[in-house]
Ligand binder design. Structure first.
Ligand code: FNR
Length: 183
């Protein structure tokens, strides 16, 4: 059975290493997973007052995620934490209280950085929110893709064998995690 995965990319820029990583993972995913990027760049900042008449972009986002069976976060680290666009998407998807679209779905995170720590801080800040949102996050393999500046060729293909290996182990592990937990 094919499970559809909502993929959230924490960077909004066109040439994003994280978007390229998400696209590479989609190509490498085993048959039981279909990865679909859910866009987050157009979501107005979360404001409870807007729940009376939610912005169209919030409704579009919530509907897209509600349909999916699993969650995959592919994100850079900004100032040792999550990019605000991604945190905003999490806040939007988590409300109204009791009607969040993430709860109970198996999840995983990979952080990607040209730096040497691989986004460790962002990876674990995200996990903190997922505990509260009742999203069982894959624990192993952990995935901190460091020194990622040169791993992609001009056409977006992955040219670094070490990175390829890490991504393969990660997506295969996630496929097994989803099989165990998806409803
Ligand atoms: C960064 N960057 C960064 N990198 C890192 O490893 N740890 C960090 O704390 C930060 N902080 C940070 C803050 C801000 C505001 C920016 C714009 C950037 C560098 C970041 O990893 C780099 O720009 C990546 O290329 C961003 O990911 P994408 O856009 O390539 O996917």
């Amino acid at each position: 059975m094919t499970r559809t995965v909502a993929v959230f990319v924490g960077s909004l820029r066109k040439a994003s290493l994280n978007r390229r990583t998400a696209e590479a993972l989609a190509r490498m995913a085993p048959e039981n997973l279909r990865l679909e990027i859910v866009e987050i760049g157009d979501l107005p900042h979360y404001n409870e007052d807007l729940e009376r008449d939610p912005p169209a972009a919030w409704t579009r986002f919530r509907d897209e995620v509600r349909d999916k069976q699993a969650l995959l976060f592919v994100t850079p680290e900004y100032n040792r934490s999550l990019p605000s666009a991604l945190k905003n998407a999490i806040d939007v998807g988590s409300r109204p209280y009791g009607k969040g679209v993430f709860s109970g779905k198996p999840g995983a995170v990979i952080t990607v950085s040209p730096g040497q720590y691989g986004g460790f801080g962002a990876n674990h800040h995200l996990r903190q929110s997922m505990v509260f949102l009742d999203v069982p996050m894959m624990q192993q393999p952990e995935a901190y893709l460091a020194k990622a500046g040169g791993i992609f060729a001009e056409d977006g293909s992955l040219r670094d064998e070490g990175a390829k290996d890490l991504l393969r182990r990660f997506i295969d592990g996630f496929a097994a995690w989803v099989e165990r937990l998806a409803r």
